[in-house]
Ligand binder design. Structure first.
Ligand code: ZN
Ligand code: ZN
Length: 287
């Protein structure tokens, strides 16, 4: 990155507790329908009495993280992204090594013996009966520490992340993602399939290996197939869908150019074929 010096200067602007307090107060205001705060109100809420001192810190933020609107000061998109990361606890929260029972059954052994644990900003669903690492994905610390429905939130979060990646849009930065079909089994993979899609951001660090079932879980044809059979899908965590994680439901063309997934409901099946660029090339109901 050739502009790292400029970025260093930009980040230095927020390396101060009073400026962080200004960003937090503007976020609090935004949450309570105050899209901007007048100078005097912001100064009072931040609690800096000295005008010169307050103004100095405010001006360090204006331009990149804060902008001056007609009736006061407000967060820019960059300012909102910074306070979102702070509020997610990415820099500060200690969620601890939590361990709790998880709903669902293990695709490998069929036992309802799943437990969740949180380590290094990643949530793992593991089977206590057979040891299979059923599912895992990154998740911010704040919801793990604060939400009672943390596993549900984690499941929805990681599913949406996957769905964005599967459409070729980076869930972290919005840039284009490249898609390849690979037989690699990296440490961070999930499922026991032989082939996975690898989604790699062309701009940031984001990359993920997904079995085809995880990549198409939120596709309209999959949701429609379940709806037409009155089969609950939203109440099923992703790690409880065997067809999303187990090799039993996938086949591959011998030249690795296409992967085929079957999703069974009672006596019917939905068949999807996805090419090596991640595009769904055929959908068929069989029953
Ligand atoms: Zn198991
Ligand atoms: Zn990205």
């Amino acid at each position: 990155m050739d502009d790292s010096s400029e970025i260093g200067d930009i980040l230095a602007a927020i390396g101060n507790e009073r400026r962080i307090a200004i960003l937090y107060e503007l976020q609090q205001a935004y949450r309570h329908d105050e899209s901007s705060l007048p100078y005097a109100t912001l100064k009072r809420r931040v609690g800096i009495r000295d005008s010169g001192n307050f103004n100095y810190h405010l001006q360090q933020l204006v331009g990149r993280f804060v902008f001056e609107a007609d009736d006061g000061y407000a967060l820019t998109y960059a300012g909102r992204k910074i306070v979102s990361a702070l509020s997610a606890g990415i820099f500060t929260e200690r969620a601890g090594k939590r361990r709790l029972d998880a709903p669902g059954t293990c695709y490998a052994c069929g036992e309802a013996a799943l437990v969740a644990r949180y380590e290094q900003e990643r949530l793992y669903i593991t089977c206590q009966a057979c040891g299979e690492e059923v599912f895992h994905a990154p998740f911010p610390p704040a919801p793990v520490a604060q939400r009672d429905d943390r596993l549900h939130a984690f499941e929805v979060w990681s599913r949406r992340w996957n769905a964005l990646a599967a459409t070729g849009t980076c869930p972290e930065c919005g840039s284009e993602m490249n898609t390849t079909l690979t037989t690699q089994t990296p440490m961070t993979s999930i499922g026991n399939v032989s082939h996975r899609f690898l989604y790699t951001c062309t701009n940031c660090w984001a990359r993920v290996y997904l079995p085809v079932g995880c990549a198409v879980r939120d596709h309209p044809s999959v949701i429609g197939f379940h709806a037409s059979h009155n089969a609950e899908l939203d109440t099923q965590p992703l790690w409880n869908l065997s067809w999303a994680l187990s090799c039993e439901y996938t086949t591959f063309d011998s030249d690795h150019s296409c992967v085929h997934l079957r999703i069974p409901i009672e006596t019917d099946e939905l068949h999807l074929s996805v090419d090596d660029g991640g595009t769904i090339v055929s959908v068929a109901g069989v029953g």
